[in-house]
Ligand binder design. Sequence first.
Ligand code: ADP
Ligand code: MG
Length: 293
Amino acid sequence: ATPTALMVGTGRGAQLGILIKGPEVLESTRRVDTVVLDKTGTVTAGRMRLRGALTAPGVDEQELLRLAGALEHASEHPIARAIADGAAERIGDLPAPADFRSEPGLGVQGTVDGHAVLVGREKLLGARAIELPADLAAAKAAAESEGRTAVAVAWDGEARGVLLVADAVKETSAEAVAQLRALGLTPILLTGDNRLVAEAVAREVGIDDVIAEVLPQDKVDVVKRLQSEGRTVAMVGDGINDAAALATADLGLAMGTGTDAAIESGDLTLVRGDLRVAADAIRLARRTLGTIK
Ligand code: ADP
Ligand code: MG
């Protein structure tokens, strides 16, 4: 394509709500055959709310909310916001945590009112040899198969409960997936969240391929593996944990509603955070560079 065509393509992109880093980006956009979609904040709204609490025998629900809410107050994660806000709404002021530490893709730990508290994936607890009681584990799995994200809570070396948060799929996501498919692309859902939750979201938007329970630092390896299979990969993400994968993908599309780290790592920014615009971007690149498809 001529430089003029590329400039026109870039200008047209801005009108559609696509910020393109440089005209050369259109070339990689045109060749993409696989689109990896981050779940939280990309396919879903990323606005989670606390929807319920399950307690282990003998545990007071207020205490569960107080300790978990206090700890999550120190985290920026969308799940943490949901838990901290939900706990504060129900019980008012929360104590301040000490020795707060976040383990990306796993959860958080810290001290609240002298208790050593953990909130996060079962894996976070498992690494400290803490197991959920069987009833709680079964109730957690049932909630997850309905698309809820369930977070385990432990303190002083024992599992104490599970908090349920839910996030709605964006209204535009199913249509966006259909449009990407119509362009001949294979969509893949990629997330650090539980497999059951990921599959429920995938079903809702029409995605068949799910890669779940992936740690933030391993998302980039998923992209590399797909590339080694000969695919040309676009990655769409919003989080700080998507930044490396966005940079490694043949084409990185950042949600404009996402974190600065994601936006800096992407080749394209979807200004309004509307996934349908990912399909617009690919259509635009093909048209600008004169591919027939
Ligand atoms: P995604 O890939 O969907 O953007 P993340 O990689 O950020 O998700 O997180 C993966 C999982 O780790 C979450 O689904 C949750 O179970 C757990 N997790 C991460 N951070 C927290 C936190 N602050 N509190 C509780 N759980 C967390
Ligand atoms: Mg995300």
